[in-house]
Design a protein around this ligand. Structure first.
Ligand code: 5AD
Ligand code: SF4
Length: 516
């Protein structure tokens, strides 16, 4: 390209981004009514990801929260929990105060999860409970946000049956909370703002973190994997990575503030960096850079086996602040089921990945997610899941019965497996999960482990509790001054899910290898 062509191309780029800004600017003022579309949410690659570093609250909205309190109820995954932290940050900047008591709130938000039907039913149940409160207190604002708001069927159901809801906004619209609240105060209509777009990246959003020991840091958003059962790619948009410098700076700031553990978040963190067109930089590179930050522990979730590359394994093997626990969802042990799930790996490829991970990190602890009762899953295919679980030696798992999600390809598949059979399979799988967890825990008896102390135990204020590097919950006797610190605990007794022990003087703590 000669100089003239280069300049023309640069001008054209500037022109496009200017037009885009113009378009966004007008959206900023228009009255909001944008119902979602799962069909539009499926599209990939048409829109360019817009990167904003300029989140700002308009001056005229800065005081709208004066004298008012907000309450947010969060459903679902850590991504949602973290979105709640951002929304809480925006509320605080608008002058609202936080309340834990629903009856005291002037704004109630339900930050929802769409992953399975029972998650959605809980939200509709909660909406039913909120109706009398709204009748008693007409000035109360009730909002539904998060993944469910990205679904057409949910928005239609709320429009038809839950007229008392004041606001519905989507996962791409969180940064517009000030404008949405303002609109809800001004208008008698339900305010709906759900962009079925591929998604932007917005930096500089305020956050109120839920604790001061562990923190979540988004490294990427969205998912392009489109596993056939999963609604997430529709509700969370296209895979888009934050710039490494923004992530590293956020982790450094958290370290300086005294946080001890960071969990890097993304729906499919192994695809990190694949959308950068100016450099080759993946999750392995990011972890290698974060390894040098002075913070005791760094984790990440969630992994997709397909994109789990050798570079990442090599970096994780360096350990230091990179913990030796990997959550690696397998979903099924049958290659045929994996194929119709659209997971793009076979049982053998998964086992090969596990072999490589264990060769590089012999004391690694692996956990997983499994779906039972996928449409037409046979007994033999289910047995393959059990045998894979044993072969890998997972230490724990989140297990689910398949739940059809409207708009996904699997929801259109005919299913010959009865609910009774699905429940039986879940029970059998859970028995195996318990057995393997108990076995992994038993090996800790007599060992000394490093524990990040989070606080008093939920059931007994005389007991402290915290987690090991491999994410095992430890309950132990120790002084309150240990809260927020890394301490050493000698394990006396292992239960199926927890370890009991006593605090001991500092010494090299070794977490045992359950696979060994
Ligand atoms: N039904 C059941 N479980 C599901 N998951 C995702 N979609 C579904 C569904 N439709 C599970 C997967 C995923 C975890 C977060 O939720 O196991 O890893
Ligand atoms: Fe859903 Fe698959 Fe993406 Fe995970 S990788 S969020 S299961 S589509």
């Amino acid at each position: 390209m000669n100089e003239k062509q280069r300049l023309e191309s640069q001008q054209a780029k500037q022109q496009t981004s200017f037009q885009k800004q113009e378009k966004d600017y007008s959206q900023y003022f228009q009255t909001v009514y944008m119902p979602p579309s799962l069909k539009d949410a499926r599209k990939r690659g048409r829109e360019e990801i817009e990167y904003h570093k300029d989140f700002e609250i308009p001056d005229e909205l800065r005081e709208i929260g004066q004298g008012r309190k907000f309450y947010i109820r969060t459903y679902g995954c850590q991504m949602n929990e973290h979105d709640t932290e951002v929304m809480a940050g925006i509320f605080m900047e608008l002058g609202y105060r936080h309340t834990e008591t629903i009856e005291d709130a002037d704004v109630i938000l339900l930050n929802t999860c769409a992953i399975r039907e029972n998650a959605e039913n809980k939200v509709f149940g909660e909406l039913g409970h909120l109706k009398p409160l709204k009748l008693e207190k007409p000035d109360l604002l009730i909002g539904v946000c998060g993944c469910m708001s990205q679904e057409e069927s949910v928005v239609n159901r709320i429009l038809q049956k839950h007229h008392f809801v004041d606001m519905i906004f989507g996962t791409h619209n969180i940064h517009r909370l000030p404008q949405i609240l303002n609109e809800a105060y001004m208008s008698k209509e339900m305010v709906i703002e759900v962009w079925s777009k591929e998604g932007d990246i917005i930096e500089n959003l305020p956050k109120v973190r839920m604790g001061n020991i562990k923190a979540w840091v988004n490294i990427m958003y969205g998912c392009d994997k489109f596993c056939t059962y999963c609604i997430v790619p529709y509700t969370r948009g296209k895979e888009r990575s934050r710039r490494p410098e923004d992530i590293i700076q956020e982790v450094r700031q958290l370290a300086a503030q005294g946080y001890k553990e960071i969990t890097l978040l993304g729906q499919n963190v192994n695809a990190y960096g694949k959308d950068f067109d100016d450099m080759e930089y993946g999750l392995g590179d990011l972890m290698d850079d974060l390894r040098k930050v002075d913070i005791p522990r760094i984790r990440f979730t969630t992994s997709h086996p397909r994109d789990f590359d050798d570079r990442l394994i090599e970096v994780l093997a360096k350990k230091g602040n990179l913990v030796e626990h990997i959550h690696l969802p397998v979903q099924s042990g049958s290659s045929d089921i994996l194929k119709i799930m659209g997971r793009v790996y076979t049982r053998e490829q998964f086992l090969e990945l596990v072999r490589k991970i264990k060769a590089a990190i012999p004391d690694v602890a692996l956990s997983t997610d499994i779906i039972v009762g996928f449409p037409n899953e046979t007994d033999e295919q289910f047995e393959e899941t059990l045998s894979l679980y044993r072969e890998v030696g997972f230490e724990t798992a989140y297990t689910f019965i398949y739940s059809p999600r409207e708009g996904t390809p699997a929801a259109r598949m005919k299913d010959n497996v009865s609910m009774e059979v699905k429940k039986e399979r879940l029970q059998r799988l859970n028995q195996l999960v318990n057995e393997f967890s108990a076995k992994a825990m038993k090996k800790y008896e007599g060992q000394i482990v490093e524990v990040l102390v989070e606080g008093e135990s939920k059931t007994n204020p005389d007991i402290l509790s915290g987690y090991t590097r491999k994410n095992k919950l430890v309950n132990f006797k120790g002084p309150k001054s240990a809260i927020g610190q890394l301490v050493h605990v000698k394990i006396n007794e292992a239960k199926t899910w927890t370890l009991d022990g006593v605090m001991v003087e500092e010494r090299e703590a070794v977490e045992v290898n359950c696979n060994g």
